[in-house]
Ligand binder design. Structure first.
Ligand code: AMP
Ligand code: GLY
Length: 427
């Protein structure tokens, strides 16, 4: 099969690495890809949102399956674009329809879906600018901290947590009345704050049946001990010790089953990944958010633990063979450390040369934000998150040693990383 992966981050490099191991694969293309994916397949410099260019590529290269990495093309309807084009409708797209993608594209849609299907989540209400005064009254009824969420996609920045009512009122004014996130904050979800430990749970579903993938914990804050601003993710571990059998049974019964059942009941076409952003509140799981794709950097930690053929599993979504499909996993612990640019998640430089990429040992090196220089000889930084380093070992300490050895070897100006990934879950 010829496969096209859309995206250019660490998640897509990990997907390319995994798919390249499948005996079903003939040729692999990544659009636009990065300097890491270029070694595994052919990078094609087109945008993930340029559906017409993707169509041309798919027809030219005889692509048999498309894996969509990021959420934006899904929310913009790439699945439906393929389905409604007679030249393309036979080509499986791994990802939901635009309606299914609203689980991530609209916080209000996701919350209402959870309410309809009795899925545990924080209590909430949604407001628009016309309801500003009511929104303030609602805030007054809640206890601090206050959680405000822009309804639409806001590049991961749309959630604001405020400690005081004054701060929350000001932020709400910015979002609803001053279009802080443009169209994305035309509606704002205000919700109850939940206190607990977060984890990321993933399934692959055809909208009726589902397979559970390994779970992971993401380290979202820039600084050690979860300090400083939120980032896309500074590291990950898989498995997660508090995801015990009994906790995961609650996740399955209270969250995964009703979600997939809800999709089927509402006739929502969904053949792809669901990423459940969960929080463990005193032993009970609640949904913080749905994402309609794999997580980054969680993907870099979970795919190396899957020993089955992921391409075969994805294909099964479209051939009705997902029921009873078993994913085999490696019982070892995976730990991912993300190297980022100085200044991230604020402003950061790009185009700095990365050295010693080939000098690491016993560690998977996934490129996130990298590119080649004009001559094609040097590899340069090209994003906030630069390189993800994943190690597999019997215990977390050993995995930490391997990933951190690689983190100190690879170098570029301003290299920044957390040094405490996995410490909280080490035996
Ligand atoms: P999101 O963009 O939905 O992933 O939210 C970003 C982060 O905000 C989450 O990962 C949580 O750490 C935090 N968060 C979101 N909603 C809540 C909530 N209801 N209670 C506590 N923390 C939350
Ligand atoms: N690591 C969180 C995300 O991918 O959204």
């Amino acid at each position: 099969m010829n496969v096209l992966i859309l995206g250019s981050g660490g998640r897509e490099h990990a997907l390319a690495w995994k798919i390249a191991q499948s005996p079903l694969l003939k040729q692999l293309f990544i659009a636009p890809g990065n300097a890491g994916t270029a070694v595994i397949g052919a990078n094609i410099p087109i945008s993930v949102n340029d559906f017409d260019a993707i169509k041309l590529l798919v027809l030219q290269k005889d692509i048999d399956l498309i894996v969509v990495g990021p959420e934006e093309p899904l929310v913009k309807g790439i699945y439906d674009f393929f389905k409604s084009d007679s030249h393309l409708s036979h080509i499986p797209v791994i990802g939901p329809s635009a309606l299914g993608a609203r689980l991530e594209g609209s916080k209000d849609f996701a919350k209402a879906f959870m309410k309809r299907h009795n899925i545990p989540t924080a209590a909430y209400q949604t407001f628009n600018a016309g309801k500003f005064d009511e929104a303030i009254e609602f805030l007054k009824k809640l206890k601090p901290p206050y959680v405000l969420k822009a309804d639409g996609l806001a590049a991961g920045k749309g959630v604001i947590i405020c400690d005081t009512l004054e701060e929350a009122s000001m932020e709400l004014e910015e979002m609803l009345l001053k279009s802080r996130f443009g169209k994305a904050s035309e509606n704002v979800v205000i919700e109850e704050f939940l206190s607990g430990t977060e984890l990321s749970v993933f399934v692959l579903t055809d909208g009726k049946n589902w397979i559970l993938l390994p779970e992971a914990k993401d380290y979202k804050r820039i600084g050690n001990n979860d300090t400083g601003p939120n980032t896309g993710g500074m590291g990950a571990v898989s498995p997660v010790p508090f995801a015990t059998e009994s906790f995961m049974q609650k996740v399955v019964d209270r969250i995964i089953k009703p979600t997939v059942h809800g999709l089927a009941e509402e006739n929502i076409d969904y053949k792809g990944f669901i990423f459940f952003g969960l929080i463990n509140v005193n032993g009970d799981p609640f949904v913080i958010e749905y994402n309609v794709r794999l997580g980054d950097p969680e993907t870099e930690a979970i795919l190396p633990r899957i020993t089955s053929d992921l391409l075969e599993a994805m294909l099964a979504l479209h051939t009705g063979k997902i029921s009873g499909y078993q994913i085999k996993t490696d019982s070892r612990k995976a730990l991912t450390v993300m190297l980022v640019s100085a200044g991230y998640p604020g402003h950061y430089p790009k185009g700095l040369e990365i050295s010693a990429l080939d000098k690491t040992k016993d560690c998977l090196v996934f490129h996130a934000g990298t590119s080649f220089d004009d001559s094609g000889d040097k590899i340069l930084t090209a994003g906030g998150r630069v390189i993800a380093l994943t190690s597999l070992a019997q215990d977390i300490h050993e995995a930490r040693q391997l990933s951190y050895k690689a983190a100190s070897t690879i170098d570029y100006l301003g290299k920044t990383y957390r040094t405490d990934i996995g410490l909280d879950v080490a035996e």
